[in-house]
Every structure is written in structure tokens, then in C-alpha cells.
Design a protein around this ligand. Structure first.
Ligand code: SAH
Ligand code: SF4
Ligand code: F3S
Length: 466
């Protein structure tokens, strides 16, 4: 299968296990966890790590020495599930030499396939859905006793509000904080409502507490996470805009980001709140999926092309410098060449800073799988995707070039990947900026950087002396 490698929030770190976590290894057992999918899934792994730590488990980054090997899975596209199957094979090869080892599947694939994972694959001892992580210790015990253990019950209330995630793979500067779970939207292509259940918001006090603790520990940026953050709602009074303001007020030095916004739900109130607070980053991930109103209707996105474009206009009226990114699915059921042209023209009109581009992958049980045939041949999907990617690459490069000569505020996240003599960090609009280190700067500090050049994905600059 051909799929463009992306730096998507939901696939950026796909395949990577965490490294460098400082969980003391108790005399007892060790766990290993590998995560796939969206940032919410990565954040769930941090909750699982916290639950296991309380049970006296230590972490290891080497699965061959683990007593409990966990894989937190994603079902969003077929390819994501295939990757997991391959990893399960690899784990089982090691298990043959370590008979006491337990292998558990967590997350969306566990929820989608349930006990079938135990029966079909025979590679798995535990299957645990996203709302059942509190029962993990009991299930591990059950599985240790030789029984196959499963809990895939979805909940209407669970938000793990009281559990402090153990930060895995952290740079110590930026962190993700889940503010809600589930999704009620039922986009016809999407498996998430089935794997994550009903939407529910997390208690704002626990969100604020977690963000404040992060700030006190030296973190300088939080990204508030949800499948549809704009429908956050607490106690009949607190909207997402209200929550954003409360998080922004923790400290002006704490940057606030959020993801993901559904175009139908992001309100003027949210846009004005963003404009009002200097520490709320001017960047919105606003997935369009398609530029054709007919396809958008089949996708059950509940907006039209015109409505989406009006929303973009509104964002730019309120925040002229706001970065905007998107997700696009090409080759959805019945998509014609004309529909495809409409997607290209919408991309030209908007000029996205970032885009995550996929071809349609039919997911069993979704509305689209039940209602429409997956009738666009793979070669057509591939060539349309290649065209979309190429157009985006050109537009994004133009936008990057427009930044040259400007000055921006950058939060230093760490060493540049290419050179230890350079820092890297992001500006307000979420663009990666690389620049030479200078005295008095370090991870977690803010600096003004003048942009002097760029590559397709990175701005290059020089620090301005204060
Ligand atoms: N809640 C987010 C998206 C979560 S999934 C939102 O509503 O925007 C991330 C992206 O994966 C989606 O925006 C969509 O572009 C893509 N995606 C979801 N289901 C897909 C499928 N069946 N095939 C291909 N891409 C899909
Ligand atoms: Fe899926 Fe749509 Fe919900 Fe996003 S909003 S998670 S695409 S159903
Ligand atoms: Fe996330 Fe994948 Fe599940 S994108 S919600 S881990 S299906």
C-alpha cells in the first residue's frame, strides 16, 4: 500500500517507542509500551504508565527484557492495523524464549476487534479498550494465571481525570493534556466513534491542576487534546473558549495550543479568546477532508465548501497571522475528477501551512462501509494523492519563503536534530525554527529569532540580542 509518510499529529511518532523515561525500576516487574495513532493515544499510554507505576512496575525501552509488553494501537486506516500485526509477530518471537512474558493490546484496535484478537491472532494475552485502563492490573493478574483477559467496555464517564500521566518520551518543555474523550460526530469514513465511544468532557479543575503542575515542573507549552475540542462543555456553563482562557491565565509564560477543531464547531468566541491572549498560539488545525460539497455531504461532515471557506475568512479577519493546517482524504467513495479538482482549488485558495494527506481506507462497520462502495481504484487514489501532496508542497514552500526577513518568538524545545550547535523550537504558528545557540539560552526559554532562510519544513534564523 502506498501512503505518504506524514508528520501528522496522529502519525508523527508512529512506530517509535518512548525513550529516556525515568521510572525507577522496582525490584519487581518491568513493562514496555509502544504507541501508535493520534496524540490522544500517546497520552493514554502515559496514563497506563502511571497506573502500572503505582503497581510497582518499572519501565524498559527494550521489549526483550519486559515482563509485560503493551502495544497501544490505532485503527484509523488499514495500514495502521497491519503495522500492529507485524509487531505482535515480533513480540511473540521473543516470548517463545521468555514464557512468562505477557503481551497486551490496548487502544482502538483492541476496541474494534475485541475478543477476536485473542482468537484470530493467538498472539495476545490481554485485550483492553481505551476506557478500561484502570482494570489493567487486575487483568494482568488474570492473564498471569493463564487465562486470556479482556475488557473492552466503553464508558460514558471515564476521563482518567485524577490520574497524573507519567510523561514518556518528553522533551521537558511541551506536553499534551487530554480535555475530553470520544466523539459524537459520525463522519461516515471514521472508526473513532466506534473505538472511543461517546464524547465526554473532563473536569476543568483537573485540567487546570495538571497544566499548572506541568508549568511548575518547567514545562512551557501545553496542547489541549480532543477529537473535537470545540465541543468541550462542562456543567452547563464552561465552553471551550472559557477553558482556553482559564488555561492561558495560569501564566503568560505557558503557551497554549489545541487540537483538533471541527469546522462546524469552532466559534467566534474561541477565535476572539485566541486573539485576546498572547500566550494562546495563533494556529488552528481545521481538517477540511474534501473541497467538494457533494463529497462532504457523503462524508457527513455537515458543512459545505462555501461554509468552510467563510470560516477561514473569519479566522483571518480576527487573526490575520494565524497558521492553518488541514487533513485531506482523497479517493473517497464516488469521488470524481471534478470533485478532486475542487479539493485542489480549495487548497490553493486557503494556502495551508501544513496538511496531512491520506487516501481513503475503508473501515469495517463505519457508515461509509455500510452505505457506499469503495469504488475508486487504488491507482487513481495514488495519483490524486500525489497531485495533492505536490500542490501542498509548493504552496507551503511559498508560505515559508514569505517568512524570510520577519522576526518571531520561538520557544526552545531542544537541540536541532541536524546539529548540536543549533537550537530548535516552534513559533506561534507551529513552524519549526532552527538557529545557532547563544549564551543565556536553554530549553524552555523564549527567544526572538529573525528568519533568514528556509527549507520545505523548517525556518532557519538568527537570534536577536535582547
Ligand atoms: N477528530 C479529528 C480527526 C481524527 S482522525 C477531526 O475530526 O478532524 C485524523 C484524520 O485521519 C482525519 O482528519 C482524516 O483526514 C483521516 N482519516 C480518518 N478516517 C480515515 C479513513 N477511513 N481513511 C483515510 N483517512 C482517514
Ligand atoms: Fe472521526 Fe469525524 Fe469524530 Fe474526527 S470528528 S474523530 S473525523 S468522527
Ligand atoms: Fe487515535 Fe487512531 Fe484511535 S487516530 S482515536 S488511535 S483510531
Amino acid at each position: 500500500m502506498f501512503e505518504i509518510p506524514t508528520k501528522n499529529i496522529d502519525e508523527r511518532r508512529q512506530g517509535e517507542a518512548f525513550e529516556g523515561v525515568q521510572i525507577p525500576v522496582a525490584a519487581g516487574k518491568r513493562f514496555y509500551i509502544e504507541s501508535y495513532g493520534c496524540q490522544m493515544n500517546f497520552n493514554d499510554s502515559e496514563i497506563v504508565a502511571s497506573i502500572l507505576q503505582q503497581q510497582g512496575y518499572g519501565a524498559t525501552v527494550n521489549y526483550t527484557e519486559a515482563d509485560l509488553v503493551l502495544i497501544n494501537t490505532c485503527s484509523i486506516r488499514e495500514k495502521a492495523e497491519q503495522t500492529v500485526r507485524n509487531r505482535l509477530q515480533a513480540f511473540n518471537t521473543v516470548k517463545k524464549e521468555h514464557p512468562g512474558m505477557l503481551i497486551g493490546v490496548l487502544g482502538c484496535m483492541a476496541e474494534r476487534l475485541k475478543a477476536r484478537l485473542l482468537e484470530e491472532e493467538k498472539l495476545v494475552d490481554l485485550v483492553i479498550g481505551p476506557d478500561a485502563y484502570r482494570t489493567l492490573p487486575a487483568l494482568v493478574e488474570e492473564a498471569g494465571g493463564g487465562q486470556k483477559a479482556v475488557n473492552v467496555l466503553l464508558s460514558r464517564e471515564e476521563t482518567y481525570a485524577d490520574i497524573s500521566p507519567v510523561r514518556l518520551d518528553s522533551n521537558g518543555v511541551t506536553a499534551f493534556v487530554s480535555i475530553m474523550r470520544g466523539c459524537n460526530n459520525m463522519c461516515s469514513f471514521c472508526v473513532v466513534p466506534f473505538t472511543r465511544g461517546r464524547e465526554r468532557s473532563r473536569d476543568p479543575e483537573s485540567i487546570i491542576r495538571e497544566c499548572r503542575e506541568l508549568f511548575d515542573r518547567g514545562y512551557r507549552e501545553v496542547t489541549l487534546l480532543g477529537q473535537n475540542v470545540d465541543s468541550y462543555y462542562w456543567d452547563g456553563t464552561l465552553t471551550f473558549a472559557g477553558l482556553l482562557a482559564r488555561v492561558a491565565e495560569i501564566d503568560p509564560l505557558l503557551r497554549v495550543r489545541f487540537s483538533t477543531s471541527h469546522p462546524k464547531d469552532i466559534t467566534d468566541e474561541v477565535l476572539h479568546t485566541m486573539a485576546q491572549y498572547g500566550n494562546i498560539c495563533k494556529y488552528i488545525h481545521l481538517p477540511v477532508q474534501s473541497g467538494s460539497t457533494r463529497i462532504l455531504q457523503l462524508m457527513n461532515r455537515t458543512y459545505t465548501r462555501e461554509w468552510y471557506l467563510a470560516k477561514i475568512k473569519r479566522i483571518r479577519e480576527i487573526m490575520p497571522d494565524c497558521g492553518i493546517s488541514t487533513d485531506i482524504i482523497t479517493g473517497f467513495c464516488t469521488e470524481t475528477e471534478e470533485d478532486h479538482r475542487e479539493t485542489l482549488s480549495l487548497m490553493k485558495t486557503v494556502g495551508y501551512d501544513l496538511a496531512y494527506m491520506f487516501f481513503y481506507s475503508e473501515r469495517p462497520g463505519t457508515l461509509a462501509a455500510r452505505r457506499y462502495a469503495d469504488d475508486i481504484p487504488e491507482e487513481v487514489k495514488k495519483s490524486r494523492l500525489a497531485e495533492i501532496v505536490e500542490l501542498h508542497r509548493q504552496r507551503a514552500l511559498e508560505k515559508m519563503q514569505q517568512e524570510i526577513g520577519k522576526t518571531c518568538l520561538v520557544l526552545i524545545e531542544g537541540d536541532s536534530k541536524r546539529s548540536a550547535g543549533d537550537w530548535c523550537g516552534r513559533n506561534d504558528q507551529n513552524r519549526m525554527v532552527v538557529f545557532p545557540k547563544a549564551e543565556g539560552t536553554g530549553k524552555g526559554t523564549y527567544v526572538q529569532v529573525k528568519i533568514t532562510g528556509c527549507t520545505g519544513a523548517t525556518l532557519i534564523g538568527e537570534m536577536i540580542k535582547a
